[in-house]
Design a protein. Structure first.
Length: 154
């Protein structure tokens, strides 16, 4: 992987982490205040869902950072990469479930049906991303097997 690619990825990941921290610190309290007219249990649930969703984003960013570091050291084709890929899959799947839960909370409220549909669609799309990463994981496994076979031949 080229230095420019690694630097670009790390910059994007660092900005993602900083942005998600800013949202946790600055935006979530504002959303809490904006939801002041709603029941406390509903407000708490929404804020917890949003905070956990941001944690999922942070987990993905940190795991990708580690995978980029492994790629830079030419060590990504090793069994050690699987724990980071598995964590990415889990975090994306949890984010999909959280998005679906948020959509479900919007159903009995005053949100337009189209908005609820869009949020459910986002949950499905997020689940689809998790499935794509599962496919990429199987490709990584195959590449590791092929590399070890090649090492045996050489």
């Amino acid at each position: 992987m080229s230095r420019v690619t690694i630097l670009t990825l790390r910059t994007a990941l660092a900005l993602s982490l900083l942005g998600s921290l800013a949202v946790q610190i600055l935006v979530l309290p504002t959303i809490w205040n904006d939801l002041g007219a709603l029941p406390t249990a509903w407000r708490v649930t929404v804020i917890v869902i949003l905070a956990l969703w941001l944690v999922c984003l942070q987990v993905v960013a940190l795991c990708i950072w580690r995978l980029v570091s492994m790629a830079a050291a030419d060590a990504v084709f090793s069994v050690g990469a699987f724990r980071f890929v598995d964590a990415v899959i889990a975090a994306i799947a949890v984010a999909a479930v959280l998005t679906g839960a948020l959509a479900t909370m919007l159903v009995p409220g005053s949100a337009a049906p189209g908005v609820v549909g869009i949020v459910y669609g986002a949950a499905l799309a997020t689940g689809g991303v998790a499935l794509v990463v599962v496919v990429m994981r199987s490709l990584l496994r195959k590449a590791i097997e092929m590399r070890s076979e090649l090492d045996e031949v050489v």
